[in-house]
Ligand binder design. Structure first.
Ligand code: NIG
Length: 421
């Protein structure tokens, strides 16, 4: 494969070259350190990062390997692609009617109780063919790529029947096969109780445990099992039953926890070794102590908090207590119809008082860790997969979260190839 040499880079961001500065994720004070090289080059070959450094150490300056594409990045920055570790981009249609209802005063819970919300998306999904669902979801996947994302976690959870959940997961697999995105699939049958199980929630949990999880594992359609552990959705006891079944089938838990309330979701996530606990708008010292020292990555979703006009997760206090955090878009039709990591970083800085350095670490390395991908993604490191983007001209990496509506992602390289979307 021919190489790509990017030269004269104003700032090569998130460079992790030495073993002592090459963690699989950043935590506490480490989150505020963002290593970068000024006036840099990077060489990409065979799909991986083959070399990088300051321009005065560029070995290819006079002797460029035959067939190399040379890109002059004067005035521009290079970032590792974002790792968006929480999305629901496979869904049918949209729910702008609920947006209007919300503006007229209904809450997210009230909309859900009227058969709107997740159940509305489930109805639409059942009426949509697998091919049409794929085409709609593919458009969103391409949108994510244009925003600078290179790896994405995608959940099921709008099917809520055995066949429709499998349909969603097959669409996720097709996105993995047919786009340059690195994809991690999650089974989220426990997203809401479908209409046909109204009054028989335990019957639906039995269906998840006895039929859905075994089929998902057998057909190798997902790596993770998620539960919306929340008042009005699934209880801690139900979550424990589902996680026990998941682990028995070799699927690792992750969780929607403490979004609307102090749900106990954080504690159950840590008890069952969940890879991540996501949302966390309602947490305090008790939850933070539980997360400290665990293998569970706290994932914050400020786009949903913004769109639902709720209180933001207390990221500043979490980081100051030594915790790691990752940022993700939560792109979905109800609480966050948006997949732009740049905007999530702006919200993280303004609304959760994270520094730009913390936001970039949270959106790259820590996001990769929350998908078991930090061994190959999330930083500029020799041998890692060449997923990077070149920005439009900009003065420094801090500009990225500052200029929050400017289209700053200019050239996208995924798996070592310049990507056309
Ligand atoms: O993460 N909270 C649960 N799931 C999504 C919302 C899904 C929807 O409203 O369609 C979330 O916010």
């Amino acid at each position: 494969m021919n190489g790509i040499l990017i030269e004269n880079i104003r700032q090569l961001v998130q460079v992790r070259e030495s073993p002592e500065d090459n963690p699989s994720f950043c935590t506490g004070q480490m989150m505020n350190r963002l290593p970068y090289i000024e006036n840099a080059w990077i060489f990409i070959r065979n799909g991986v990062i083959d070399g990088f450094g300051p321009m005065d150490s560029n070995p290819y300056r006079e002797d460029i390997p035959l067939g190399t594409t040379v890109i002059d990045a004067t005035g521009k920055c290079v970032f590792p692609s974002f790792c968006d570790c929480h999305t629901h981009i496979v869904y049918a249609g949209s729910r702008e009617q609920e947006f209007s209802d919300k503006i007229r005063g209904l809450s997210y819970k009230e909309i859900a109780a009227r058969g709107g919300g997740i159940l509305n998306s489930a109805r639409l999904l059942r009426e949509t063919s697998e091919e049409e669902l794929y085409q709609q979801s593919l458009a969103r996947a391409k949108e994510l790529i244009c925003f600078g994302t290179g790896a994405v976690e995608i959940k099921s959870g709008y099917g809520l029947t055995v066949e429709d959940e499998l349909k969603m997961l097959r669409v996720i697999r097709r996105i993995e096969q047919e786009t340059p995105l690195t994809v991690r699939a999650t089974f989220l049958g426990a997203h809401a109780v479908p209409e046909q199980y109204k009054g028989n929630q335990s019957g639906y949990v039995d269906l998840i445990i006895e039929e859905m999880i075994p089929r998902v594992a057998e057909e190798k359609l997902a790596r993770y099992v998620d539960v919306f552990c929340e008042t009005g959705f699934f209880t801690v006891k139900e979550t424990e039953r589902i996680f026990t079944a998941a682990l028995r089938h070799g699927l690792r838990p992750r969780i929607h926890a403490n979004q609307m309330d102090f749900s106990g979701g954080v504690q159950v996530a840590v008890d069952y070794g969940a890879i991540s606990a996501d949302h966390l708008e309602h947490t305090g010292p008790q939850e933070w102590d539980t997360l400290a020292g665990s293998d569970t990555m706290p994932v914050l979703l400020p786009g949903a908090t913004f769109f639902l006009e709720m209180e933001y997760a207390r990221a500043r206090e979490m980081i100051d207590r030594g915790l790691p955090v990752a940022l993700a878009t939560n792109y979905n039709p109800g609480s966050c119809p948006a997949g732009n990591m740049q905007f999530m970083m702006t919200l993280a800085c303004l609304k959760m008082k994270m520094t730009p350095e913390e936001a970039i670490n949270a959106a790259t390395l820590n996001g990769a860790h929350a998908m078991d991908l930090s061994y190959s993604l999330g930083s500029i490191t020799l041998g890692k997969k060449a997923n990077v983007f070149i920005t439009a001209p900009m003065p420094s990496y801090e500009y990225f979260a500052y200029a929050f509506t400017s289209p700053l992602v200019e050239t996208i390289i995924l798996n070592g190839k310049i990507t056309k979307t």
